[in-house]
Design a protein around this ligand. Structure first.
Ligand SMILES: [Zn+2]
Length: 196
């Protein structure tokens, strides 16, 4: 994807989709390309995501890139290098909705902001931060995974184990990608924003 913007103009890109759809891989690809273009890049991810490494963004297939962990998006302002032209945030669904304001400020200062994360939880409900970010962004890329039941393009996260709480970090043992037809919520949820 090539974006032609006048110098000094910032923008926001979102990379969303279900687990196992290559979101982090796509984020890393864009970061590498920015670095080849000699642009200073900083990468942030929520401290909650320590599946692979505390200080790196690592994709499911093992590609990695150094990152800073944050608890809240506003910490990016403290850690920001004024020279950074590109600011990337991975697993942004775990950050609060203030992340949208932070991204807006960074883009307003002329930076390219790339935000990757899950758009839906295991019930098929939107993660609010990603939902709002998709509205704020100039560019949205929605990746599909492959349904492990039927092989169709898949946009849902099927939880395979009974568990309470919305945030359970994923692995192949706990979740799999499912298409619309094959997705089966484990039990009725009473607090759904939308009918699943
Ligand atoms: Zn299916």
């Amino acid at each position: 994807m090539i974006h032609q913007h006048p110098p000094g103009t910032g923008w926001i890109e979102v990379i969303c989709g279900p687990m196992f759809s290559g979101k982090t891989e796509e984020l890393i690809r864009r970061i590498h390309r920015a670095r080849y273009a000699r642009q200073k890049v900083q990468i942030f991810k929520p401290a909650i995501d320590v599946r692979y490494d505390q200080t790196k963004v690592v994709s499911h297939n093992g590609r990695e890139i150094p990152s800073s962990t944050i608890d809240q998006a506003a910490e990016i302002f403290d850690l920001l290098d004024p020279e950074s032209r590109v600011v990337a945030i991975d697993e942004a669904q775990f950050l609060d909705t203030d992340t949208v304001r932070v991204a807006r400020v960074l883009a307003g200062e002329g930076r390219r902001v790339i935000v990757a994360g899950l758009d839906q939880d295991y019930r098929g409900q939107p993660f609010e931060t990603m939902m709002l970010m998709m509205v704020e962004a100039e560019y949205v890329t929605k990746n599909m995974a492959i349904c492990l039941v039927c092989g169709a393009p898949a946009h849902r996260n099927q939880r395979l184990i009974e568990a309470s709480g919305r945030v359970i970090l994923g692995s192949e043992a706990e979740y799999e990608a499912r298409c619309r037809r094959c997705f089966k919520p484990l039990k009725a949820e009473e607090d759904l924003l939308f009918e699943a």
